[in-house]
Design a protein around this ligand. Structure first.
Ligand SMILES: [Zn+2]
Length: 125
């Protein structure tokens, strides 16, 4: 009974497809299916102003790359025209602590140690 049902369904699909002309008819005749994948063109602009529009298969917004290598100059293109994707000079961020460490000379370190020892002695005494 199950087999009968599915064959009936198959026949119904074939009959429906046969009425279609063109691509739909060809697909039905050959039994092939053309996968209709939606393509999204995404435009990127590099800092030089070159425009490139790669086409992606359907992707969630989060999956679309934020940047794209410019095929003309190799710089990093991004999705906003005029945005600076190139990182301006990789200067490491210095925290206040790091500046403090730099300023601290060995003499200062010694003094800090002496102060600590003195305080310790005072507490004992
Ligand atoms: Zn470019």
């Amino acid at each position: 009974m199950d087999i009968m049902d599915s064959s009936n369904g198959l026949r119904a699909v074939r009959a429906g497809s046969a009425t279609g002309a063109g691509l739909a008819g060809w697909q039905a005749d050959t039994g092939r299916t053309v996968e209709l994948v939606r393509k999204i063109p995404v435009t990127y602009w590099c800092p030089q102003g070159h425009e490139t529009t790669p086409v992606f298969a359907e992707l969630a917004e989060a999956e679309i790359p934020k940047t794209w290598d410019c095929p003309r100059c190799g710089r990093t293109a991004c999705r906003e025209r005029g945005a600076k994707a190139d990182r301006p000079g990789e200067e490491p961020f210095k925290s206040h602590l790091e500046y403090a460490k730099e300023r601290r000379t060995p003499q200062e370190a010694e003094r800090v140690l002496q102060d600590a020892l003195e305080r310790l002695r005072r507490n004992r005494g």
